[in-house]
Write a protein that binds this ligand. Structure first.
Ligand code: MRU
Length: 362
């Protein structure tokens, strides 16, 4: 398996890197291991984390990023953090875990996978019938490794369901990074592209560079190049022209949160790409697993949008690019209305909204 597909894993005390549970794995402590995405494309550096502050910090500064990857890192990270708690009564263990889980879930607000994963592992630990803190730690780790193994399966299923959209010779435009780096395996938006390549189809990708943090140029271009996929980086403001020049057959993007009516939050700039695609009559697909759907929200109005520091815009290229004293507005995500989205590539097939009653999974 390529290194990019291991952006989030569990590393045991004996040094073995694992992507699922086994009796041997559950009986020893470990850490979450993430590929530090802030160092790419220049350096491949891994972080191993078993403390809460560094875990929150890694998520906030986008060392680990992308909705499913954040969820996996949070689940595994919480298991590593709790694994180091001193001996506690079961009640005190639960109290401390709830408090740490709440801090972790608040690290970034938009991708629902983060709070979904934290809530899920705590819920499964509570339902495990653990009789003491040692059993509770084991149940928590089992739940976290299950989230990881499930994400790997979800990526494959999304890839298979998106594959029929990609014929030999097609060109896809994508925005930000919804690939292997953003998940535990093949990615979401990029999964059909990887499977198409494995099936011998030649697919070309235009990657928007994705200002201000350049996830498209630094990450999408890097991982596609590693996989031998033909990738061309463009500045965000070139998407309209490449569509007008008829270079693009299809747009596929990922998602951070999808409301019940299909409104979709994704990286800032996705909305502009969707408007351009509609104008040029190019199909626009969102690829995401069920863990990215927030059916408690009827529409996109309730999706919290993270606002990040303006220095990401004004100092984005390692030097000042705007006058001192000028103000910045830096929303990290936008919401694309459902009417601009052709379909949702999920593990259950290509779906259209509405997605069911509030609280239900797909
Ligand atoms: O701020 P980021 O880099 O975490 O934003 C990531 C995105 O917007 C991705 O498109 C989304 O999380 C889907 S990842 C499969």
């Amino acid at each position: 398996m390529a290194i990019v597909q291991q952006s989030v894993r569990w590393i045991r005390r004996d040094g073995r890197i694992v992507d699922g549970a086994s009796p041997e794995t559950l009986t020893q402590p470990g850490r979450v291991r993430v590929l530090d995405q802030t160092r790419l494309p220049g350096e491949v550096v891994f972080l191993e984390i078993d403390e809460l502050e560094p875990l929150i910090d890694a998520i906030r500064r986008l060392a680990v990023r992308g909705a499913p990857a954040i969820g996996c890192a949070a689940a595994l990270g919480l298991a590593a953090v709790a694994g180091k708690y001193p001996p506690l009564s079961l009640a005190d263990f639960r109290k401390r875990l709830e408090a740490d889980g709440a801090l972790l879930a608040a690290a970034r607000p938009t991708a629902v996978n983060l709070s979904w994963a934290v809530n899920r592992v705590i819920r499964e630990m509570n339902a495990s019938g653990a009789r003491n803190d040692v059993e509770a730690k084991r149940a928590l780790l089992l739940a976290a490794l299950t989230v990881l193994a499930e994400d790997i399966r979800l990526c494959r299923a999304i890839g298979e369901n998106g594959l029929p959209l990609l014929r030999d010779g097609m060109t896809v435009l994508t925005h930000c990074n919804a690939g292997a780096l953003a998940t535990a395996d093949y990615g979401t938006a990029l999964a059909p592209i990887y499977l198409a390549r494995e099936a011998g189809r030649r697919i070309r990708v235009y990657a928007d560079e994705t200002r201000p943090l350049l996830q498209g140029a630094r990450l999408t271009a890097w991982e596609l190049q590693q996989a031998g996929v033909d990738v061309c980086v463009i500045c965000d403001n070139m998407a309209g022209l490449v569509m007008k020049e008829k270079r693009i057959d299809l747009v596929i993007v990922g998602a951070d949160r999808i409301a019940a009516n299909g409104d979709t939050a994704n990286k800032i700039g996705t909305y502009s790409v969707a408007v351009l695609a509609a104008y040029h009559q190019i199909p626009f697909y969102v690829a995401a697993p069920y863990s990215t759907f927030d059916l408690s929200l009827p529409d996109g109005k309730g999706i919290p949008i993270e606002e990040r520091d303006g220095t990401e815009i004004g100092n984005g290229f390692g030097r000042r690019t705007a006058p001192d004293g000028v103000s910045f507005y830096n929303p990290a995500f936008d919401v694309t209305p459902r009417e601009l989205i052709t379909g949702y590539i999920t593990e259950r097939g290509i779906l259209t909204p509405p997605f069911g009653a509030a609280g239900e999974v797909l």
